[in-house]
Design a protein around this ligand. Structure first.
Ligand code: FUL
Length: 440
């Protein structure tokens, strides 16, 4: 696979050694993030014990007592699922911190778990290292417990907590700012100081990417179904965005020729809720559901942040584990046999139409293509044709590519095919193509 990548790259550039980037381009950290594609969200906290989605902050700390908590189990399963990292809720809206923060009295320290001596972030950090996963943290600005919430003092409390989580647990790849902004214990809402929050993260974790509705590094996809827009630009006019931005359809698609590289991330839960509820044990998404999400997230150039709630034992539930493994198996079957392996096809990539000739006729129904996004997102529209009985027949039309595009079409047998880039802002720079015959 690597060989092809390099070959294509060289062919595309034979006319010039250093291609000029088009428009805005991702930072090196964003490129690494795009390559991750798939990682876990873990929602855990008192809600797993109270059966709530949003705790109100008055929950007694003693209810938090997972008897079998095992971050190594989480990491083992995520790794086996093919995920590249884990983002954990260090603190959700109820204000309960999964680590012993100095700036709160509503934390694991006040709970019964490990007699108040535990620190889940520390355990997760060690487990991620052991399994070769990257770690990220969610920390809700909305805090329904903290007595200072709703006063200017709270922003400093939040910054202090941000400093704790960004300095005590090793490298973070992502920090996740939830846009929710409700009332605190005194009935007041907070005016969040996002510029200060962003500065704090960048000071202590210069390589961590910041997620929020408005970026600055990663944007919300505009829904919680895990679906990016059929057309999805990693670029967007970032100056128009703000936290709690109220145009989800805009976030879903982005802007062609947008002024900022702020790609979309698709967050979705494997169950109806974000937190664990026993009565959802039989509502776990199936491999088919997850494949549909995959095609509409990763297959549209976005990343998939799949939530797995940890249950009140402190473990990923068996049903969720099974769904994750089934889905991994399904992906492996879909995308195992790339018909465009070295020596199996000839190509002419020198024009805006890429011609591919296979060594012998093959049967296929799925095409995967990637742009080398280091040079910008260039392709606006493309279509695929196959030569059948001496005539070029259209197989499918599609729009943006970006990091990756997966397209399906009726099963076809042919020896020659071509990809026509009918609209691109600059000469397409394609880093990878693949052709599959998937089961459906
Ligand atoms: C939302 C929150 O209100 C949900 O509880 C969950 O954390 C989701 C990922 O983001 O804004």
């Amino acid at each position: 696979m690597k060989k092809i990548l390099i070959l294509l790259f060289i062919t595309s550039f034979s006319f010039a050694q250093t291609p000029k980037p088009y428009g805005v381009t991702p930072t090196a950290d964003q490129v690494k993030w795009h390559n991750m594609e798939y990682y876990a969200f873990i929602h855990f906290g008192p809600n797993a014990f109270t059966d709530k989605e949003w705790g109100d902050g008055t929950e007694k700390e003693e209810i938090f007592n997972p008897t079998q908590l095992d971050c190594r189990q989480w990491a083992r399963i995520c790794k086996a699922a093919g995920m590249k990292g884990i983002i954990l809720t260090a603190k959700h809206h109820d204000g309960f911190a999964l680590y012993p923060s100095k700036y709160s009295t509503h934390t694991v320290r006040e709970s019964k778990w490990k007699n108040g001596k535990g620190d889940i972030l520390k355990e997760l950090s060690a487990a991620c290292k052991e399994y070769g996963l990257k770690m990220g943290l969610y920390i809700s600005p909305w805090d329904r417990n903290h007595p200072t919430y709703g006063t200017p003092e709270y922003n400093q409390v939040y910054v202090n907590m941000l400093k704790e989580i960004t300095t005590q647990y090793g490298d973070l790849f992502e920090v996740w700012f939830d846009g929710a902004n409700g009332e605190g214990p005194n009935g007041k809402r907070q005016v969040y100081d996002f510029p200060l929050f962003n500065k704090t993260v960048k000071t202590y974790q210069p390589h961590a990417l910041i997620f929020s509705d408005a970026g600055p590094d990663i944007r919300w996809v505009g829904n919680e179904n895990g679906f990016a827009g059929e057309t999805c630009w990693a670029t967007i006019n970032g100056d128009k965005l703000f936290p709690a931005y109220d145009k989800p359809a805009h976030l879903n698609v982005g802007d062609e020729k947008g002024t900022h590289w702020i790609p979309a991330e698709c967050d979705v839960s494997i169950r109806p809720g974000w937190f664990y509820h026993k009565n959802e044990d039989n509502k776990v998404k199936t491999d088919k559901d997850l494949m549909n999400i995959w095609n509409k997230s990763v297959g549209r150039g976005s990343n998939l942040l799949l939530n797995i709630p940890v249950d009140n034992r402190g473990l990923i539930h068996e049903n969720d584990e099974k769904a994750l493994m089934d889905f991994k198996k399904m992906r492996d079957t879909y995308f195992k046999n790339n018909l465009l392996t070295a020596g199996n096809f000839k190509k002419d990539f020198s024009k805006d139409t890429y011609d591919i000739t296979l060594m012998k006729p093959q049967t296929f129904n799925c095409f995967v293509v990637q742009e080398d996004i280091r040079y910008g997102q260039r392709v606006k529209k493309f279509y695929i044709q196959a030569k059948m009985n001496g005539e070029w027949k259209n197989l499918t039309f599609a729009t943006t590519i970006g990091h990756k595009r997966i397209v399906y079409f009726p099963t076809t047998t042919a020896k020659e095919l071509r990809i026509v880039f009918d609209e691109a802002f600059a000469k397409p720079i394609i880093s990878n193509v693949a052709l599959y015959n998937t089961p459906e």
